[in-house]
Design a protein around this ligand. Structure first.
Ligand code: TYD
Length: 224
């Protein structure tokens, strides 16, 4: 972790940079409940008549699906810097072909994971330099930052119990040891502390309905 993390970012948000839409991302460790919350927010916005694009990284495009297969399911070692570049490549293509056009149309983009995942997993988790990882993603995306990032914070042991209950085989990242996931969690919390205006940090041990209410309250402020 470096001092630069605590410096406020002055980059423009999606709505200022890319058009009239909104860009909302969900972040957190594996098993924190991002997909459930993203779906609940999507349903609520659609029922209010908003156009929503629901997407994810890695794997939000045809190119991204192939990158996702490598980063999550490749058998054997992938060099940490190669892994970081693969996530950044997925992101560059996704932002240019899906996210930016949706924002320009005025849609709300709801996305599972974005650049904060790279800083937390490849930076804090793989112990690459956090500033390098952030700079790489900002280069890849032309500096696009979300309007709102919901961080679902959960103790990695509780998250692991949820994943075990799911009974799905672990992917490469999920299979990492508990110290890795503890570093990832600390990495996310440091990012949120450095950018309190962008982040909404929620205790993901709460019931899904309670969390959804907290997300909606934050969204209401952004929708005006
Ligand atoms: P995710 O799609 O949330 O997994 P699942 O479909 O199993 O819920 O994310 C896939 C994994 O990729 C997750 O362990 C986090 C990791 N990841 C990174 O390491 N760096 C990144 O930049 C991103 C976007 C994800």
């Amino acid at each position: 972790m470096t001092d630069d993390r605590t410096r406020p970012l002055t980059l423009p948000r999606a709505s200022a940079a890319g058009g009239p839409g909104l860009f909302v991302t969900f972040e957190g460790g594996d098993g924190a409940g991002k997909t459930t919350q993203a779906s609940m927010l999507e349903d609520w916005l659609r029922s209010g008549g908003r156009n929503v694009v629901r997407t994810r990284e890695p794997g939000g495009t045809d190119v991204g699906v192939r990158v996702r297969d490598i980063v999550l399911h490749h058998r054997g070692h992938i060099a940490a810097r190669a892994e970081a570049l693969l996530y950044a490549a997925d992101r560059a293509h996704h932002v240019e072909t899906v996210v930016q056009p949706a924002i320009a149309r005025g849609d709300v983009v709801i996305q599972d994971r974005y650049l904060d995942s790279s800083v937390a997993y490849q930076g804090a988790g793989r112990v690459l330099d956090a500033d390098d990882i952030r700079a790489l993603s900002l280069w890849a995306t032309g500096g696009l930052l979300p309007d709102l990032t919901v961080l679902l914070d959960l103790d990695p042991a509780a998250a692991r119990r949820r994943l075990d209950a799911d009974d799905k085989p672990f992917d490469r990242l999920e299979a990492e040891k508990s110290e890795f996931h503890a570093r990832v969690r600390a990495g996310f919390l440091a990012l949120a502390a450095a950018e309190p205006h962008r982040f909404l940090v929620l205790d993901a041990a709460q019931a899904p309905d309670v969390l959804a209410g907290q997300v909606r309250a934050a969204m209401q402020e952004h929708l005006g």
